[in-house]
Write a protein that binds this ligand. Structure first.
Ligand code: 1HE
Length: 267
């Protein structure tokens, strides 16, 4: 097991819930939660420890009106980085986002306001994305003289296809929440606050057995990187471990004795 001390974070606000649902909030609203290197390091610290620290699900939110304005452009400007420096910055971003996507702990992103550039890359590393009406997505890299460096070429193109991603980068196109959900940037459009819905979904996911969630939130991503032949093999191995876990016996028994809830369209 790993230890997570919520007071050890500065750019993230970390709240541990009793039900195992932790709230991780990007907490630089005055900078629209732009991702400086210190924030990336805190994301690495949190998401490296979370799978072994009893975290059953995470709501990832942003303080203020915007989820995240992407790369901290001021820090990048001031640092005047060499190519090698920025390559290493990007590798730290990948470390953080890969820990999220492959870590095995469900992450539900509560999106509002700007979800742009690196902010969209961060959101794309979550497992579920919830938008409210205020949310919008864009990849302004082209206009800024930049390119994506936090995995958008992989995850954003996976969500919405490469032609749409290339158009966004070339033209600065902005998609507002309803259309963004239709296109697949997010799975949910919340009626009220995206945070409330994200929390409900996180609590629901946290009711699953941790080993099932581990498989769902790591194996699926790994398998999409494999050939179909190898993915089928890996799926059998993972299912062998997960589907025989002792903790599942009570759930299966409840189905057998008809006390477990049935799958219904309106529940
Ligand atoms: C920032 C950043 C930032 C705001 N880095 N400081 N991302 C972008 O190109 C998006 C840039 N940001 C914006 O377009 C707007 O700021 C927002 C739409 C997000 C918000 O607008 P608004 O009117 O609410 O805020 P603002 O007045 O523009 O900014 C408020 C403050 O936040 C201001 O700081 P202040 O000290 O002057 O008060 C801004 O400088 C600061 N701020 N966004 C640094 N991004 C690994 S490669 C990834 C490549 C990318 O992510 S490129 C996309 C970068």
């Amino acid at each position: 097991t790993a230890k997570l001390d919520p007071t050890a974070f500065r750019n993230l606000d970390i709240q541990a819930g009793e039900d195992g649902v932790w709230i991780v909030t990007l907490n630089r609203p005055a900078k629209r939660n732009a991702l400086d290197i210190a924030t990336i390091e805190e994301l690495i610290t949190f998401f490296s420890a979370a799978p072994r620290a009893g975290v059953r699900a995470v709501v990832l939110a942003g303080a203020g009106d915007h989820f995240c304005a992407g790369l901290d452009l001021i820090e990048h400007h001031d640092a005047d980085r060499s190519p090698a420096d920025f390559m290493h910055v990007c590798l730290r971003w990948h470390e953080a986002f890969n820990k999220m996507e492959y870590g095995g702990v469900p992450i539900i992103a509560a999106l509002k306001g700007a979800v742009v550039g690196g902010g969209l890359e961060l959101a794309s590393a979550a497992h579920i994305r919830v938008m409210d009406d205020s949310a919008y997505v864009a990849l302004p890299e082209g206009q800024r003289g930049l390119f994506t460096g936090g995995g958008a070429t992989i995850r954003v193109s996976d969500l919405v296809g490469k032609s749409r991603m290339i158009d966004m980068m070339l033209t600065g196109r902005v998609y507002k929440a309803a259309e963004a959900v239709d296109l697949g940037f997010a799975q949910y459009l919340a009626e009220g606050d995206s945070y409330d819905m994200a929390l409900r979904l996180a609590r629901r996911a946290a009711e699953n057995l941790p080993l099932s969630n581990f498989a769902i939130c790591s194996a699926v991503s790994h398998m999409t990187n494999m050939s179909a032949l190898d993915a089928a093999y890996a799926e059998a191995v993972v299912a062998g471990v997960v589907n025989t876990q002792p903790d599942a016996r009570a759930r299966l028994a409840a189905f057998a004795d008809k006390s477990a809830a049935r799958v219904r369209p309106d529940e």
